[in-house]
Design a binder for this molecule. Structure first.
Ligand code: UD1
Length: 338
């Protein structure tokens, strides 16, 4: 059985990715410091796949601790690196926290991969590296621009660190996956997104409003240059996104190019109002919302050209928007009950 190490494996995208690797027959070692997730996620994973992954509660930015895991699992064929802070607003207030954790974490992962000869990395990047593109949809050749936030900058810098490291080493290969907006939960509702405190992202805010935890959703701006005036994003089901990591590792194992980048989205943009409508119609829940001013730092519209991933990885998003928002709702109901 081939083994992979997944950092941040109890987090939102990480946990869904653990499930997909286990379903694909890989043995999974999870590293997570539980700073933004809970240990019970492992039980959720086990209830879906029947396998509890090997788990280390370790912070990837702690050099010594991390090495013990790599030493124990130097037979791993790949590392999937998620562990990072991800709150845009917080990164503006505490940039050094983000640079220390997100960049030191990757440096430590790469150092250990070289030391223990683990040749393949899949890095969790973001469409944030494109900023507001001039031309839509965005391809992988769309220029990477100056980041809007320290969080975005850590994604950009980390992609550069990976390229430099590959260029200086003989035996390291990587794929960066640039995610658009992941939403939804596993169909079993045994794992999903668990935001700490007030959610920043749209879908958890919607489900928490519908369940009564929040009074109403604020729609940030209806005066954008879009058909209904609200901002447009490419919302991708988290399980579809998770599967992209499995095909990326398989490509690396087949001696693909040493470094590649892929957009991981649906190829279709949806406005905030379209998401609200999809939520209401697929769940039968009425949502309280009001239109407020634009949120500082938000871009107007972005969606992916996914033809590179469709063609080279033979991957495409399959789960519909309606099913996806419904899965987020089923998860929210389960979380509130427990
Ligand atoms: C944000 C980050 C992005 C990061 C992603 C992680 C910015 C500029 N971008 O993406 O870098 O990778 O989170 O998940 O912060 N909205 C509302 N009301 C709400 C919340 C959101 O109207 O209460 C709107 C936003 O204005 C936006 C859309 O919903 O138009 C999506 O917002 P969100 O889920 O926060 O994602 P992004 O801002 O696209």
């Amino acid at each position: 059985m081939q083994k992979v190490i997944i950092t941040g494996g109890t987090g939102y995208i990480g946990s869904h990715t653990v499930v997909e690797f286990q379903n694909a027959g890989f043995e999974v070692v999870v590293i997570d410091n539980l700073s933004n997730s809970v240990i019970e996620v492992l039980t959720g994973i086990e209830s879906i796949t029947g396998i509890r992954p090997i788990f280390y509660q370790i912070d990837v930015s702690e050099t010594k601790d991390l090495e013990t895991v790599f030493k124990d699992h130097k037979d791993a064929v790949a590392v999937i690196h998620f562990a990072a802070y991800k709150a845009v607003g917080e990164s503006v207030k505490e940039p050094l926290k983000y640079y220390q954790n997100n960049i030191q974490g990757l440096v430590n992962v790469l150092s250990n991969m070289i030391k223990y000869d683990i040749p393949n990395l899949v890095f969790s990047s973001s469409c944030t590296v494109y900023g507001q593109p001039e031309k839509l949809p965005v391809t992988e050749d769309t220029p990477v621009v100056k980041a809007e936030s320290p969080y975005g900058n850590t994604k950009k810098i980390n992609e550069e660190i990976i390229v430099d490291t590959i260029n200086s080493s003989e035996n390291l290969n990587a794929i960066s996956l640039r995610y658009f907006n992941p939403i939804g939960a596993h169909i079993s509702a045994n794992i999903g997104e668990l935001p700490l405190g007030v959610p920043n992202n749209l879908l958890p805010y919607i489900t928490q409003t519908a369940i009564g935890l929040r009074k109403e959703l604020s729609v940030f701006g209806d005066d954008y240059n879009t058909p209904d005036g609200t901002a447009i994003r490419d919302y991708i089901n988290v399980c579809d996104l998770a599967k992209a990591h499995v095909v990326a590792v398989k490509r690396l194992l087949n001696n693909a190019l040493r470094y590649e980048v892929f957009n991981i989205g649906t190829g279709k943009g949806s406005s905030v109002m379209e998401i609200i409508n999809a939520f209401e119609s697929s769940t039968g829940q009425k949502l309280n919302y009001k239109i407020v001013d634009r949120r500082a730092g938000d871009i107007e519209q972005v969606w992916a050209d996914t033809s590179k991933a469709n063609k080279i990885l033979c991957w495409k998003a399959e789960i519909s928007l309606d099913e996806t928002v419904k899965s987020a709702w089923e998860w929210e109901k389960k979380v509130q009950k427990s």
